[in-house]
Design a protein around this ligand. Structure first.
Ligand code: HEC
Length: 106
């Protein structure tokens, strides 16, 4: 009986950790986006004035929706045109989260 209780506790704790961890990760990406990307790409991903002058496109456009995650990760990592590379400023995981976040912008 004690074992059953222990297993139940482990499941309960795991569920709690997962439910807490997922929103925190999304929030991290949102915060990173705000500090590192929004100046050019705009809070809603539609590109700020400065960003569009440099050639940044609307993240909500079908053109970006068509690109694969790998392509967007590559651009964020290595940079492209006036877009600075982030490979030395962000981890691969942070960049992956940011690309996921970009797709949720409305
Ligand atoms: C200094 C301004 C600037 C900042 C800061 C910036 N970007 Fe960009 N970004 C650009 C420009 C300009 C382009 C368009 C590059 C091109 O196609 O010539 C671009 C393009 C992109 C693209 C590719 C879209 C496409 O057309 O394929 C992605 C993805 C992207 N940026 C993500 C990010 C993320 C994530 C951040 C923050 C970590 C960020 N950018 C920060 C200016 C910026």
């Amino acid at each position: 009986m004690k074992k059953v209780f222990q297993v139940a506790m482990i499941i309960a704790i795991a569920a709690l950790v997962i439910s807490v961890a997922v929103p925190v990760q999304a929030e991290d990406a949102a915060a990173l986006y705000k500090t590192k990307c929004a100046a050019c790409h705009g809070a809603d991903g539609k590109a700020s004035k400065a960003g569009s002058t440099m050639g940044a496109k609307d993240f909500q456009s079908p053109e970006i929706a068509k690109k694969t995650d790998a392509q967007l990760i590559e651009t964020t990592t290595k940079g492209k045109g006036k877009m600075p590379p982030f490979e030395n400023k962000l981890t691969a995981d942070q960049i992956k989260d940011l690309v996921k976040f970009i797709r949720t912008l409305k």
